[in-house]
Design a protein around this ligand. Structure first.
Ligand SMILES: NC(=O)c1ccc[n+]([C@@H]2O[C@H](COP(=O)([O-])OP(=O)(O)OC[C@H]3O[C@@H](n4cnc5c(N)ncnc54)[C@H](OP(=O)(O)O)[C@@H]3O)[C@@H](O)[C@H]2O)c1
Length: 328
């Protein structure tokens, strides 16, 4: 496949914080870690090649987090891309800690967030983090205290813009009382639209909405006939149809598809040039999420132990559903 090029005209741009103009297809770097988002990528040179190709193709927004690897992902970005081009917006996150047993635990204590931001500054080799996002609210820390720490970091010049992730509408509104929020990163894709209210609030306030799991994450992207058929009508893949649908869903939508594969990367960037017809959009808008996606949506606001309990409880139901699915 030829190398597609993303320009300001391809899918338009979004102004982050009223200052940083970002092309409306980003890249999520999380997949460039070892299995389970732990440790270095198995193909380190390949991962560096992917990151350099991302920028070569005109993508100027890259999402990462200190928890990816942990730390490995930020190190890799610096190794591949430093010194950074002037227009590149690096978005990292703090406040979610990867424990040795593999679980993800929120830590929104102000002292942790401040130390984590300093460490990300060091790894990425920047004077200030272009966009620092609270990875996940910590149920054990008042949300205002976590957001207050990000506000302090901005006042101290260590963070240029502040974003949120995994928040509901009430939390977005609460944070906006404390500091200027420029973006929200929540799960959103064809199968999972439970953050529609947050998306519409972002649209109203011109905040960037970063749908994570834009391809439904971790390999679920396959096997949706409506996407396959819509894609085929444009000589495109189901993944490309999914991204084109997302981009058309709102002018503040900034998808950050993740991939460790150069061919998928090219495919995803090419999707930004794909325009769906009104009828195709209506068909995908009307798509009804599967039961498993609905169960997945329930897990979002729960703690790690709550999610484990839900998975355990849902096991028999999932297995029964898998047996019955041929009636779908
Ligand atoms: N804030 C949060 O809590 C949070 C949580 C999860 C993710 N994120 C961010 O969101 C980004 C995106 O999420 P994600 O990477 O988990 O999910 P995703 O982008 O929905 O899907 C990635 C998966 O799809 C595959 N894929 C990518 N392009 C494809 C294509 N064109 N055709 C077929 N398969 C394709 C990838 O495999 P290959 O590598 O083989 O291409 C990978 O398995 C992450 O990288 C991360 O930056 C944030």
């Amino acid at each position: 496949m030829d190398q597609p090029q993303l320009t300001d005209a391809t899918a338009g741009t979004i102004l982050i914080g009223g200052e940083a103009n970002v092309r409306r297809l980003g890249y999520g770097a999380m997949q460039l870690c070892g299995p389970g988002v732990v440790g270095p990528p198995t193909d380190r040179d390949g991962a560096i090649d992917v990151l350099r190709t991302v920028v070569d193709m005109g993508v100027n927004f890259i999402d990462t987090a200190d928890a990816y690897g942990p730390f490995v992902n930020e190190d890799l970005i610096a190794e591949a891309l430093f010194p950074y081009t002037d227009d590149l917006v690096l978005a990292t996150k703090g406040g979610l800690v990867r424990l040795p047993d593999g679980s993800w635990e929120p830590n929104g204590r102000p002292e942790h967030l401040k130390a984590a931001a300093e460490a990300s500054i060091g790894r990425l080799g920047v004077d200030a983090l272009p966009l620092y996002q609270l990875h996940r609210p910590d149920p054990d820390v008042p949300f205002a205290e976590s957001v207050g720490a990000l506000a302090d970091l901005q006042t101290e010049g260590k963070v240029r813009f502040v974003g949120l992730s995994n928040v509901d509408l009430a939390q977005l509104r609460e944070a906006q009382e404390i500091v200027d929020i420029v973006s929200v990163q929540n799960p959103y894709n064809l199968h999972d639209r439970h953050n529609e209210d947050v998306l519409r609030a972002c649209e109203g306030d011109r905040l960037a909405f970063l749908p994570y799991f834009p391809l439904k994450g971790f390999g679920y992207a396959k096997g949706t006939p409506a996407l396959t058929e819509v894609g085929a009508a444009h000589d495109a893949t189901a993944a490309q149809a999914a991204l084109a649908w997302l981009l058309g869903r709102s002018p503040v939508m900034l998808p950050i598809p993740g991939t460790s594969s150069l061919s998928h990367l090219r495919e995803n960037v090419a999707a930004a040039a794909l325009t769906l017809s009104e009828a195709e959009r209506e068909r995908l808008d009307a798509f009804s999420p599967s039961l498993s996606a609905k169960l997945g949506q329930l897990q979002g606001p729960l703690s790690a132990s709550g999610r484990a309990k839900l998975r355990e409880a849902a096991g028999p139901l999932r297995r029964l559903w898998a047996k019955l699915r041929f009636w779908d």
